[in-house]
Ligand binder design. Sequence first.
Ligand code: ATP
Ligand code: MG
Length: 394
Amino acid sequence: MFKAFLIKYGEIGIKGKNRHLFEDALVQQIKYALKSVEGEFVTSKEQGRIYVEALTEFDYDEVMEHLQCVFGIVGICPVVITEDEGFDKLAEDVISYLDKRYPDKHKTFKVNARRARKNYPMSSMEINAALGEKILQAFSEMKVDVHEPQILVNVEIRGRINIYSEVIPGPGGMPVGTNGKGMLLLSGGIDSPVAGYMIAKRGVKIDAVYFHAPPYTSERAKQKVIDLAKLVAKYAGPVYLKVVNFTDIQMYIYEQCPHEELTIIMRRYMMRIAEHFAAETGSLGLITGESIGQVASQTMQSLAATNEVCTMPVYRPLIGFDKQEIIAVSERIGTYETSILPYEDCCTIFVAKHPVTKPSLKIIRRSEMRLKEKIDEMVKTAVETAETIIVESE
Ligand code: ATP
Ligand code: MG
Protein backbone atom coordinates (compact mmCIF):
# COMPACT_ATOMS: atom_id res chain seq x y z
CA MET A 1 0.00 0.00 0.00
CA PHE A 2 2.99 2.35 0.35
CA LYS A 3 4.80 4.07 -2.47
CA ALA A 4 6.88 6.41 -0.35
CA PHE A 5 8.88 6.78 2.83
CA LEU A 6 9.40 9.84 4.94
CA ILE A 7 12.87 9.88 6.44
CA LYS A 8 13.40 11.31 9.91
CA TYR A 9 16.82 12.45 10.97
CA GLY A 10 17.95 13.55 14.37
CA GLU A 11 21.32 15.02 15.22
CA ILE A 12 21.82 16.35 11.75
CA GLY A 13 18.84 18.61 12.20
CA ILE A 14 20.74 20.77 14.64
CA LYS A 15 23.72 21.79 12.58
CA GLY A 16 22.64 25.34 11.79
CA LYS A 17 24.02 26.69 8.56
CA ASN A 18 25.64 23.36 7.74
CA ARG A 19 22.32 21.63 7.84
CA HIS A 20 21.92 21.44 4.08
CA LEU A 21 25.34 19.76 3.77
CA PHE A 22 24.21 17.06 6.15
CA GLU A 23 20.91 16.65 4.36
CA ASP A 24 22.64 16.41 0.99
CA ALA A 25 25.03 13.78 2.36
CA LEU A 26 22.08 11.82 3.73
CA VAL A 27 20.32 11.97 0.36
CA GLN A 28 23.52 10.72 -1.30
CA GLN A 29 23.85 7.82 1.14
CA ILE A 30 20.20 6.84 0.71
CA LYS A 31 20.65 6.82 -3.06
CA TYR A 32 23.71 4.63 -2.67
CA ALA A 33 21.87 2.24 -0.36
CA LEU A 34 18.98 1.89 -2.82
CA LYS A 35 21.19 1.39 -5.88
CA SER A 36 21.20 -2.36 -5.43
CA VAL A 37 17.48 -2.60 -4.60
CA GLU A 38 15.18 -3.73 -7.37
CA GLY A 39 12.94 -0.88 -8.55
CA GLU A 40 13.34 2.78 -9.31
CA PHE A 41 13.36 5.39 -6.57
CA VAL A 42 13.55 9.13 -6.27
CA THR A 43 15.15 10.51 -3.13
CA SER A 44 14.52 14.19 -2.58
CA LYS A 45 14.81 16.93 -0.05
CA GLU A 46 11.81 19.15 0.43
CA GLN A 47 11.35 21.77 3.15
CA GLY A 48 13.36 20.05 5.85
CA ARG A 49 12.05 16.60 4.97
CA ILE A 50 13.62 13.79 3.01
CA TYR A 51 11.40 11.54 0.91
CA VAL A 52 12.03 8.28 -0.86
CA GLU A 53 9.39 7.71 -3.52
CA ALA A 54 9.12 4.58 -5.63
CA LEU A 55 8.39 4.94 -9.33
CA THR A 56 8.00 1.20 -9.78
CA GLU A 57 6.93 -1.87 -7.84
CA PHE A 58 9.35 -2.78 -5.05
CA ASP A 59 9.84 -5.17 -2.19
CA TYR A 60 8.94 -3.37 1.03
CA ASP A 61 11.19 -5.47 3.28
CA GLU A 62 14.16 -5.09 0.96
CA VAL A 63 13.84 -1.31 0.89
CA MET A 64 13.44 -1.22 4.66
CA GLU A 65 16.52 -3.39 5.17
CA HIS A 66 18.64 -1.11 3.02
CA LEU A 67 17.35 2.11 4.57
CA GLN A 68 18.12 0.71 8.00
CA CYS A 69 21.81 0.68 7.00
CA VAL A 70 21.96 4.43 6.31
CA PHE A 71 23.60 6.36 9.13
CA GLY A 72 21.82 9.59 9.95
CA ILE A 73 18.37 8.05 9.63
CA VAL A 74 16.55 8.02 12.95
CA GLY A 75 13.18 6.85 11.69
CA ILE A 76 11.63 5.53 8.50
CA CYS A 77 7.93 6.30 8.06
CA PRO A 78 5.98 4.50 5.36
CA VAL A 79 3.85 7.40 4.20
CA VAL A 80 0.85 8.06 2.01
CA ILE A 81 1.30 11.36 0.17
CA THR A 82 -1.76 13.12 -1.20
CA GLU A 83 -2.51 16.42 -2.88
CA ASP A 84 -4.51 19.01 -0.97
CA GLU A 85 -8.01 18.83 -2.41
CA GLY A 86 -9.94 20.11 0.56
CA PHE A 87 -10.76 18.70 3.97
CA ASP A 88 -13.37 16.13 2.88
CA LYS A 89 -10.91 14.51 0.50
CA LEU A 90 -8.27 14.52 3.27
CA ALA A 91 -10.66 12.76 5.65
CA GLU A 92 -11.38 10.17 2.96
CA ASP A 93 -7.67 9.57 2.43
CA VAL A 94 -7.00 9.19 6.16
CA ILE A 95 -9.87 6.75 6.55
CA SER A 96 -8.75 4.72 3.58
CA TYR A 97 -5.20 4.70 5.01
CA LEU A 98 -6.37 3.38 8.38
CA ASP A 99 -8.65 0.86 6.75
CA LYS A 100 -5.86 -0.69 4.70
CA ARG A 101 -3.10 -0.42 7.30
CA TYR A 102 -5.10 -1.73 10.29
CA PRO A 103 -7.38 -4.61 9.32
CA ASP A 104 -8.21 -5.06 13.02
CA LYS A 105 -9.94 -1.86 14.10
CA HIS A 106 -10.02 -2.57 17.82
CA LYS A 107 -7.46 0.12 18.48
CA THR A 108 -7.11 3.44 20.22
CA PHE A 109 -5.89 6.42 18.24
CA LYS A 110 -5.05 10.07 18.30
CA VAL A 111 -4.78 12.47 15.39
CA ASN A 112 -1.66 14.61 15.35
CA ALA A 113 -2.03 17.28 12.67
CA ARG A 114 0.70 19.75 11.83
CA ARG A 115 0.57 22.63 9.41
CA ALA A 116 3.85 23.61 7.83
CA ARG A 117 1.73 25.70 5.50
CA LYS A 118 -0.12 28.25 7.56
CA ASN A 119 -2.57 29.25 4.82
CA TYR A 120 -4.51 26.01 5.30
CA PRO A 121 -8.05 27.10 6.22
CA MET A 122 -8.22 25.11 9.49
CA SER A 123 -5.92 25.21 12.53
CA SER A 124 -4.12 22.06 13.68
CA MET A 125 -6.53 21.74 16.60
CA GLU A 126 -9.52 21.99 14.29
CA ILE A 127 -8.08 19.36 11.97
CA ASN A 128 -7.41 17.02 14.92
CA ALA A 129 -10.99 17.34 16.14
CA ALA A 130 -12.65 17.10 12.75
CA LEU A 131 -10.55 14.15 11.56
CA GLY A 132 -11.05 12.36 14.91
CA GLU A 133 -14.75 12.66 14.47
CA LYS A 134 -14.67 11.34 10.90
CA ILE A 135 -12.58 8.34 11.98
CA LEU A 136 -14.96 7.51 14.83
CA GLN A 137 -17.88 7.68 12.40
CA ALA A 138 -16.12 5.40 9.92
CA PHE A 139 -14.91 2.76 12.40
CA SER A 140 -17.12 2.22 15.42
CA GLU A 141 -14.53 -0.11 17.06
CA MET A 142 -11.91 2.60 17.25
CA LYS A 143 -11.57 4.78 20.33
CA VAL A 144 -9.72 7.99 21.07
CA ASP A 145 -6.89 7.92 23.60
CA VAL A 146 -5.00 11.20 23.72
CA HIS A 147 -2.40 10.00 26.24
CA GLU A 148 -1.24 6.58 25.03
CA PRO A 149 -2.81 5.91 21.66
CA GLN A 150 -1.99 2.64 19.89
CA ILE A 151 -2.06 4.51 16.62
CA LEU A 152 -0.77 8.05 16.31
CA VAL A 153 -2.21 9.30 13.04
CA ASN A 154 0.20 11.94 11.80
CA VAL A 155 -1.14 14.36 9.23
CA GLU A 156 1.40 16.88 7.96
CA ILE A 157 0.10 19.62 5.77
CA ARG A 158 2.86 20.88 3.52
CA GLY A 159 2.90 21.50 -0.23
CA ARG A 160 1.39 18.04 -0.29
CA ILE A 161 -0.06 16.14 2.64
CA ASN A 162 1.74 13.32 4.47
CA ILE A 163 -0.26 10.64 6.27
CA TYR A 164 1.66 8.17 8.41
CA SER A 165 1.44 6.37 11.70
CA GLU A 166 4.55 4.23 11.89
CA VAL A 167 8.13 5.18 12.63
CA ILE A 168 10.51 2.29 12.06
CA PRO A 169 13.84 2.93 13.78
CA GLY A 170 16.91 3.67 11.66
CA PRO A 171 20.51 3.15 12.75
CA GLY A 172 21.04 6.73 14.01
CA GLY A 173 24.47 8.30 13.74
CA MET A 174 25.47 10.81 11.09
CA PRO A 175 25.57 10.54 7.29
CA VAL A 176 28.83 9.10 6.01
CA GLY A 177 30.96 11.80 4.43
CA THR A 178 30.07 14.54 6.90
CA ASN A 179 33.02 13.92 9.21
CA GLY A 180 36.04 13.41 7.02
CA LYS A 181 37.77 10.15 6.29
CA GLY A 182 39.67 7.52 8.28
CA MET A 183 41.95 4.62 7.38
CA LEU A 184 40.76 1.31 8.84
CA LEU A 185 43.25 -1.48 9.47
CA LEU A 186 41.02 -4.29 8.32
CA SER A 187 41.96 -7.87 9.12
CA GLY A 188 39.86 -10.95 8.64
CA GLY A 189 38.84 -11.02 12.29
CA ILE A 190 35.71 -10.11 14.20
CA ASP A 191 36.89 -6.82 15.62
CA SER A 192 38.10 -4.58 12.84
CA PRO A 193 34.90 -4.65 10.72
CA VAL A 194 32.96 -3.66 13.84
CA ALA A 195 35.45 -0.86 14.51
CA GLY A 196 34.96 0.41 10.95
CA TYR A 197 31.19 0.26 11.34
CA MET A 198 31.31 2.28 14.54
CA ILE A 199 33.48 5.06 13.17
CA ALA A 200 31.44 5.19 9.94
CA LYS A 201 28.36 5.59 12.11
CA ARG A 202 29.72 8.94 13.22
CA GLY A 203 29.79 10.15 9.63
CA VAL A 204 33.36 9.17 8.77
CA LYS A 205 34.10 7.81 5.33
CA ILE A 206 36.22 4.67 5.50
CA ASP A 207 39.26 3.63 3.49
CA ALA A 208 40.91 0.36 4.48
CA VAL A 209 44.25 -1.40 4.41
CA TYR A 210 44.85 -5.13 4.67
CA PHE A 211 48.28 -6.73 5.14
CA HIS A 212 48.61 -10.14 3.63
CA ALA A 213 51.52 -12.51 3.55
CA PRO A 214 51.38 -14.82 0.58
CA PRO A 215 52.04 -17.73 0.42
CA TYR A 216 51.55 -17.96 4.19
CA THR A 217 48.13 -16.43 3.83
CA SER A 218 45.94 -17.64 1.00
CA GLU A 219 43.88 -15.94 -1.67
CA ARG A 220 40.83 -17.07 0.27
CA ALA A 221 42.01 -15.14 3.33
CA LYS A 222 42.29 -12.06 1.11
CA GLN A 223 38.85 -12.74 -0.40
CA LYS A 224 37.45 -12.96 3.12
CA VAL A 225 38.77 -9.47 3.87
CA ILE A 226 37.25 -8.18 0.61
CA ASP A 227 33.95 -9.79 1.63
CA LEU A 228 34.14 -8.08 5.01
CA ALA A 229 34.85 -4.75 3.32
CA LYS A 230 31.77 -5.38 1.19
CA LEU A 231 29.67 -5.84 4.31
CA VAL A 232 31.09 -2.68 5.87
CA ALA A 233 30.38 -0.86 2.57
CA LYS A 234 26.69 -1.62 3.08
CA TYR A 235 26.80 1.00 5.83
CA ALA A 236 29.87 3.05 4.96
CA GLY A 237 29.58 3.35 1.18
CA PRO A 238 32.30 2.21 -1.25
CA VAL A 239 35.54 1.27 0.50
CA TYR A 240 38.93 1.84 -1.14
CA LEU A 241 40.88 -1.15 0.06
CA LYS A 242 44.68 -1.25 -0.13
CA VAL A 243 46.11 -4.75 -0.08
CA VAL A 244 49.73 -4.70 1.02
CA ASN A 245 52.09 -7.60 0.50
CA PHE A 246 53.69 -7.86 3.91
CA THR A 247 55.59 -11.12 3.50
CA ASP A 248 59.11 -9.79 3.07
CA ILE A 249 58.83 -7.35 5.95
CA GLN A 250 57.37 -10.00 8.18
CA MET A 251 60.11 -12.51 7.28
CA TYR A 252 62.81 -9.95 7.80
CA ILE A 253 61.52 -9.03 11.25
CA TYR A 254 61.26 -12.74 12.00
CA GLU A 255 64.89 -13.26 11.04
CA GLN A 256 66.32 -10.21 12.77
CA CYS A 257 64.32 -9.61 15.93
CA PRO A 258 63.55 -11.59 19.09
CA HIS A 259 60.48 -13.68 18.39
CA GLU A 260 58.60 -12.57 21.45
CA GLU A 261 58.70 -9.02 20.08
CA LEU A 262 57.63 -10.01 16.60
CA THR A 263 53.96 -9.08 16.90
CA ILE A 264 54.65 -5.65 18.36
CA ILE A 265 57.27 -4.77 15.78
CA MET A 266 55.04 -6.06 13.01
CA ARG A 267 52.15 -3.97 14.30
CA ARG A 268 54.41 -0.91 14.34
CA TYR A 269 55.21 -1.44 10.67
CA MET A 270 51.54 -1.94 9.87
CA MET A 271 50.76 1.38 11.53
CA ARG A 272 53.58 3.17 9.71
CA ILE A 273 52.42 1.89 6.33
CA ALA A 274 48.75 2.55 7.09
CA GLU A 275 49.63 6.08 8.12
CA HIS A 276 51.54 6.59 4.89
CA PHE A 277 48.44 5.66 2.86
CA ALA A 278 46.22 7.70 5.15
CA ALA A 279 48.28 10.83 4.60
CA GLU A 280 48.44 10.20 0.87
CA THR A 281 44.69 9.83 0.46
CA GLY A 282 43.37 12.42 2.88
CA SER A 283 42.44 10.32 5.90
CA LEU A 284 42.63 12.14 9.19
CA GLY A 285 43.22 9.18 11.48
CA LEU A 286 43.78 5.44 11.74
CA ILE A 287 41.14 3.02 12.99
CA THR A 288 41.81 -0.36 14.59
CA GLY A 289 39.76 -3.05 16.30
CA GLU A 290 41.93 -3.14 19.41
CA SER A 291 40.51 -3.52 22.89
CA ILE A 292 42.53 -3.27 26.09
CA GLY A 293 43.89 -6.60 27.25
CA GLN A 294 42.28 -8.76 24.56
CA VAL A 295 45.62 -10.28 23.53
CA ALA A 296 49.30 -9.73 24.35
CA SER A 297 49.60 -7.04 21.71
CA GLN A 298 46.74 -5.08 23.25
CA THR A 299 47.89 -4.50 26.81
CA MET A 300 48.36 -0.85 27.76
CA GLN A 301 52.12 -1.27 27.29
CA SER A 302 51.71 -2.94 23.89
CA LEU A 303 49.24 -0.33 22.71
CA ALA A 304 51.66 2.39 23.81
CA ALA A 305 54.43 0.71 21.83
CA THR A 306 52.24 0.40 18.74
CA ASN A 307 50.98 3.93 19.09
CA GLU A 308 54.42 5.45 19.38
CA VAL A 309 55.09 5.26 15.64
CA CYS A 310 51.91 7.13 14.67
CA THR A 311 51.60 10.86 14.35
CA MET A 312 47.92 10.72 13.37
CA PRO A 313 45.28 10.04 15.97
CA VAL A 314 44.46 6.33 16.24
CA TYR A 315 40.79 5.65 16.84
CA ARG A 316 40.01 2.43 18.71
CA PRO A 317 36.24 2.43 19.10
CA LEU A 318 36.23 -1.03 20.76
CA ILE A 319 38.78 -0.12 23.39
CA GLY A 320 36.43 -0.75 26.33
CA PHE A 321 34.41 -3.60 24.84
CA ASP A 322 34.51 -7.21 25.97
CA LYS A 323 34.76 -9.80 23.20
CA GLN A 324 31.14 -10.83 23.78
CA GLU A 325 29.97 -7.26 23.28
CA ILE A 326 31.95 -7.00 20.05
CA ILE A 327 30.47 -10.29 18.84
CA ALA A 328 26.96 -9.02 19.61
CA VAL A 329 27.52 -5.96 17.38
CA SER A 330 29.10 -8.05 14.64
CA GLU A 331 26.10 -10.38 14.63
CA ARG A 332 23.71 -7.46 14.50
CA ILE A 333 25.48 -5.78 11.58
CA GLY A 334 25.98 -9.05 9.70
CA THR A 335 29.77 -9.44 9.65
CA TYR A 336 30.08 -12.26 12.20
CA GLU A 337 29.43 -15.23 9.90
CA THR A 338 32.14 -14.08 7.51
CA SER A 339 34.60 -13.14 10.28
CA ILE A 340 34.58 -16.63 11.77
CA LEU A 341 35.45 -18.39 8.51
CA PRO A 342 38.64 -20.25 9.29
CA TYR A 343 41.23 -18.66 6.98
CA GLU A 344 44.59 -17.92 8.48
CA ASP A 345 45.66 -14.37 9.26
CA CYS A 346 49.17 -13.04 8.77
CA CYS A 347 49.49 -12.30 12.47
CA THR A 348 48.68 -15.82 13.55
CA ILE A 349 51.34 -17.45 11.41
CA PHE A 350 54.39 -15.95 13.01
CA VAL A 351 53.13 -15.73 16.58
CA ALA A 352 55.58 -16.49 19.34
CA LYS A 353 54.68 -18.94 22.08
CA HIS A 354 55.32 -16.31 24.71
CA PRO A 355 54.90 -12.85 23.23
CA VAL A 356 55.89 -9.91 25.40
CA THR A 357 52.93 -8.43 27.21
CA LYS A 358 54.81 -5.47 28.71
CA PRO A 359 57.14 -4.39 25.94
CA SER A 360 59.60 -1.68 26.85
CA LEU A 361 59.84 1.03 24.24
CA LYS A 362 63.59 1.20 24.67
CA ILE A 363 64.01 -2.47 23.91
CA ILE A 364 61.60 -2.45 20.98
CA ARG A 365 63.38 0.52 19.44
CA ARG A 366 66.70 -1.22 19.91
CA SER A 367 65.41 -4.37 18.23
CA GLU A 368 64.13 -2.34 15.32
CA MET A 369 67.64 -0.96 14.84
CA ARG A 370 68.59 -4.42 13.60
CA LEU A 371 66.30 -3.86 10.62
CA LYS A 372 67.82 -0.60 9.52
CA GLU A 373 69.81 -1.95 6.62
CA LYS A 374 66.90 -3.08 4.49
CA ILE A 375 63.64 -2.07 6.08
CA ASP A 376 63.17 1.35 4.47
CA GLU A 377 63.54 -0.13 1.03
CA MET A 378 61.15 -2.95 1.93
CA VAL A 379 58.54 -0.54 3.21
CA LYS A 380 58.92 1.48 0.04
CA THR A 381 58.40 -1.61 -2.08
CA ALA A 382 55.39 -2.69 -0.02
CA VAL A 383 53.82 0.74 -0.48
CA GLU A 384 54.57 0.87 -4.19
CA THR A 385 53.28 -2.60 -4.95
CA ALA A 386 50.09 -2.34 -2.91
CA GLU A 387 46.95 -3.17 -4.83
CA THR A 388 43.91 -0.89 -4.62
CA ILE A 389 40.49 -2.50 -4.79
CA ILE A 390 37.29 -0.46 -4.83
CA VAL A 391 34.85 -2.51 -2.81
CA GLU A 392 31.14 -1.81 -3.27
CA SER A 393 28.32 -3.29 -1.26
CA GLU A 394 26.22 -5.92 -3.00
P1 ATP B 1 40.48 -8.71 14.49
O1 ATP B 1 39.43 -9.55 15.08
O2 ATP B 1 39.95 -7.50 13.83
O3 ATP B 1 41.38 -9.51 13.56
P2 ATP B 1 42.23 -9.29 16.61
O4 ATP B 1 41.50 -9.49 17.82
O5 ATP B 1 42.64 -10.45 15.78
O6 ATP B 1 41.40 -8.26 15.70
P3 ATP B 1 44.97 -8.35 16.40
O7 ATP B 1 45.29 -9.41 15.43
O8 ATP B 1 45.88 -8.10 17.53
O9 ATP B 1 43.51 -8.47 17.04
O10 ATP B 1 44.85 -7.01 15.61
C1 ATP B 1 44.45 -5.84 16.22
C2 ATP B 1 44.02 -4.88 15.14
O11 ATP B 1 45.08 -4.67 14.23
C3 ATP B 1 42.89 -5.41 14.30
O12 ATP B 1 41.64 -5.15 14.88
C4 ATP B 1 43.10 -4.65 13.01
O13 ATP B 1 42.61 -3.33 13.12
C5 ATP B 1 44.61 -4.59 12.92
N1 ATP B 1 45.15 -5.73 12.14
C6 ATP B 1 45.60 -6.91 12.59
N2 ATP B 1 46.01 -7.70 11.59
C7 ATP B 1 45.83 -7.00 10.45
C8 ATP B 1 46.03 -7.26 9.04
N3 ATP B 1 46.52 -8.42 8.62
N4 ATP B 1 45.72 -6.28 8.16
C9 ATP B 1 45.20 -5.11 8.58
N5 ATP B 1 44.97 -4.82 9.86
C10 ATP B 1 45.28 -5.74 10.80
MG1 MG C 1 43.22 -10.24 13.78
